[in-house]
Write a protein that binds this ligand. Sequence first.
Ligand code: ADP
Length: 206
Amino acid sequence: MPAVSPPRWIVGLTGGIGSGKSAASDRFGLCGAAIVDTDLIARELTAAGGAALPAIRASFGDELIATDGALDRAAMRARAFADPAERQRLEAILHPMIRAESDHQCAAAEAPYVVLVVPLLIESGSYRQRCQRIAVVDCDEAVQVARVMSRSGLARDQVEAIMAAQLPRADRLAAADDVIDNSGNLEQLYRQVDALHMRYLALASA
Ligand code: ADP
């Protein structure tokens, strides 16, 4: 049997925190797209036994390693908040590893096309370059805040601080080839994803 050639067609999926990227990408996955999720990769790299742990330990010592051996996210957040240089130091370790693993997963995917989920896709030239198309999941900021608060238990001002550090909604929308409006219910989200899936199948095989 001939080897399956890696898909060359990649849709970058992005959106602000709580906009519904995971809900949309789960649906794309159900339709048959390959999902490469950079958040998930980051979590795996920093879980107990994860490939990034030795470098994190070497750079930061044991202070940021929780008792279960994973990266202590709360400790890291506190440190990054106090000193942005610390955040940059962690990102210098993690970002190349996330990039390499996502490249590998995109090349290894056996599906008609890949959905590459990147929260900061528009801000990142190199991820953007890898995508044939950009889809943005969008909803009102008030809805975003409410969803994140109920998902994570973060306080309103914490969510708003995260959103303030992200690209403004209008800039994200301006960069979109496709906008997925997630201000309605999940059924409405799924209908849009299903329609885009048909379009992406056609584009990917053109
Ligand atoms: P993101 O991945 O962009 O941060 P999620 O997909 O995790 O966002 O969605 C944030 C939260 O809102 C999750 O708890 C999710 O289940 C919920 N959610 C997403 N879309 C909808 C929707 N259309 N209706 C109701 N809840 C939703």
